[in-house]
Design a protein. Structure first.
Length: 581
């Protein structure tokens, strides 16, 4: 019998393997993992060179294998004794996917926070973002209160995770809540004085009503606000958010709507989750994060590191998309024409329509086989992946939904994404017409367009519907906000529409089929467009973002004059008077 202990002893003095590609060769992995792709290998090499930085952003197109990269990076961290390690996803569905990927790779992983392997730095914990970030987090809440320390963190699908993080740092109180009634009474005179019409509309429950508490009134009555909220801290609406926000209430914005009020800070006090805040290595993985500044405002990431992301050369690997705006090649084409075309295609393929609201969903009701929103989306997406469903309408879901292969062969983005968050709606009204708002819209649009292509070999035709949507995409400022690969596919789509100029929508059907059926000539053309795409900007961080973060941190410590001084350079550099304020 062979003595493996003796053989092991011969290499016991050797250093632990920490280079990700070398780690890959040692894994007892599934045969589908022959070797990392060129893009995966390039990104892993670049990360390894920069791994000592506390914050790193990895940008790879959807379907190019970020999951493998994240797992190998964390295994490298564990081998280098920078643990415990956690792989964070936006939802439980992706937790299952990551655990399966880790199993197939031969990397130890668990979803059990108390697992000995995780706590001892021998296995990777896989968890959704809400498990890590909430007011009763098992990892600990409050400065200095680390219950479970973390050495290395991967945040996958970062844009979706950031939305969830923002929700945790938000107080939302319905009109029937006792604290809502008390706050409305407290600010009644201020709201009437600030906007008499707004108060009248609020009083009659106009669904479009938004009225923000004036800054000066919020500051003057902040102590009373604290007392009201603290008195109801154990209610369902406050028990998870109050521990995170109670220390920064003076720095929050409060907006009243017809059915609720919302209280949110301009930056997030992520130090309230000290396990994350003190992690030695934090890796943010994303496909479409046009506004990188959100990593600074939400997670207090290092601005210099965020401005220097890790990405493969060129536009990277991406599946095939034919992106066409029918009303661009023929303004006579109506919404009904597009609906008829979509219904015809849905007879043989799964068609998914992204709409911004339930109001818009009613337009598609006559041809929809299912309409999915927050509560029904999980079950509906499973159905799409397993069988032919016809036409599906998704209400206001532009990220966090994967529709690979036959789950979606035609995707229709109907109109501009809307925000339903009260504070964000108020900001959108104030920022209308600014580049800052355009950037947010373009990011949501690109996220939406990526739902139907989930690997480099996937394919999905994309139709853009609505004059305002196409107008936004065609703005010169918008071009630098798209990723290089998406911009290349948009340009290819424009070349297609030039050949369809003035033709009826029925002429579009055989063109779309070239993409849907993976016509070899079309597939090659799409590959060539993406391959020749320029690099594009590495990162987009508005000059004001790091300064705003610094000012927020100073103000949260009561250093008001220092905070004001930190913001002055941003105010002087801003040319748009609306943004400058």
């Amino acid at each position: 019998m062979l003595d493996f202990d003796a053989l092991s002893g011969a290499i016991s003095g050797a250093a632990e393997i920490i280079e990700p590609r070398q780690i890959f060769t040692t894994l007892a992995r599934h045969p589908r993992f022959m070797f990392p792709s060129a893009n995966q290998g390039e990104v892993l090499d670049k990360w390894f060179e920069k791994r000592a930085r506390r914050d790193n952003t990895i940008k790879m197109n959807t379907g190019s294998g970020k999951m493998l990269v994240g797992l190998l990076a964390l295994q490298s961290c564990l081998n280098e004794k920078v643990g415990p390690a956690i792989y964070v996803t936006p939802d439980n569905y992706l937790v299952t996917q990551v655990l399966k990927e880790a199993q197939d790779l031969g990397i130890p992983a668990t979803n059990d926070l108390n697992h000995v392997g995780f706590l001892s730095g021998q296995a990777i914990l896989v968890a959704n973002i809400d498990k890590l970030v909430n007011g009763k987090s098992q990892f600990g809440v409050g400065a200095g209160n680390v219950r479970v320390p973390l050495g290395s963190v991967v945040i996958d699908d970062a844009h979706a995770c950031l939305d969830a993080v923002a929700d945790q740092f938000s107080i939302d109180l319905p009109t029937g809540h006792a604290a809502h009634k008390a706050l409305l009474k407290l600010f009644e005179d201020d709201l009437k004085q600030y906007s008499a019409v707004g108060w009248i509309e609020l009083d009659r429950n106009d669904p479009q009503t938004l009225i923000a508490v004036p800054f000066w009134a919020w500051q003057d009555k902040c102590q009373q606000v604290l007392e009201i909220l603290d008195a109801h801290r154990d209610s369902d609406e406050l028990k998870f958010s109050w521990p995170l926000l109670k220390g920064v209430i003076p720095l929050c914005t409060c907006v009243f709507g017809a059915n609720a009020l919302q209280i949110k800070p301009r930056c997030l006090p992520i130090a309230q989750i000290p396990a994350f805040d003190r992690a030695k290595r934090r890796i943010y993985m994303t496909a479409t994060l046009a506004d990188d500044g959100i990593l600074i405002t939400h997670l207090d990431a290092n601005p210099e590191a965020i401005a220097d992301p890790i990405k493969p050369k060129g536009a990277g690997e991406i599946g095939d998309r034919m992106i066409v705006a029918p009303q661009e090649f023929n303004p006579e084409i109506t919404e009904e024409d597009v609906k008829t075309l979509a219904k015809a295609i849905s007879a043989h393929h799964n068609v998914v329509v992204l709409v911004p609201s339930f109001t818009r969903a009613t337009f598609w009701r006559s041809v929809a086989n299912q309409t999915l929103s927050k509560d029904s989306i999980a079950e509906g997406v499973v159905a799409l992946k397993n069988k032919h469903m016809g036409l599906t309408v998704l209400v206001n879901r532009y990220d966090g939904v994967d529709l690979p292969e036959n789950a979606c062969r035609l995707l229709i983005v109907d109109g501009i994404p809307e925000v339903h968050d009260l504070v964000e709606r108020n900001e959108a009204l104030v920022l209308d017409g600014t580049e800052l708002l355009l950037l947010r819209q373009i990011q949501r649009i690109e996220q939406g367009m990526g739902r139907g292509v989930r690997s480099g070999e996937d394919r999905c035709a994309v139709l853009l519907l609505g004059a305002r949507l196409t107008q936004r995409i065609n703005m010169p400022e918008a071009r630098r906000m798209f990723t290089a690969a998406t911009l290349a596919q948009i340009d290819l789509g424009k070349a297609v529409t030039k050949q369809l100029k003035g033709k009826p929508i029925n002429d579009l059907l055989p063109i779309l089929e070239l993409c849907i059926s993976k016509d070899p000539k079309w597939w090659l053309m799409g590959r060539q467009y993406v391959a020749k795409a320029p690099e594009g900007a590495l990162s987009h961080v508005d000059i004001s973002i790091p300064l705003a973060r610094k000012a927020f941190d100073q103000a949260s410590l009561g250093q008001w004059s220092t905070a004001a001084a930190a913001l002055q350079p941003a105010a002087h550099a801003e040319n748009d008077p609306i943004v400058r304020g």
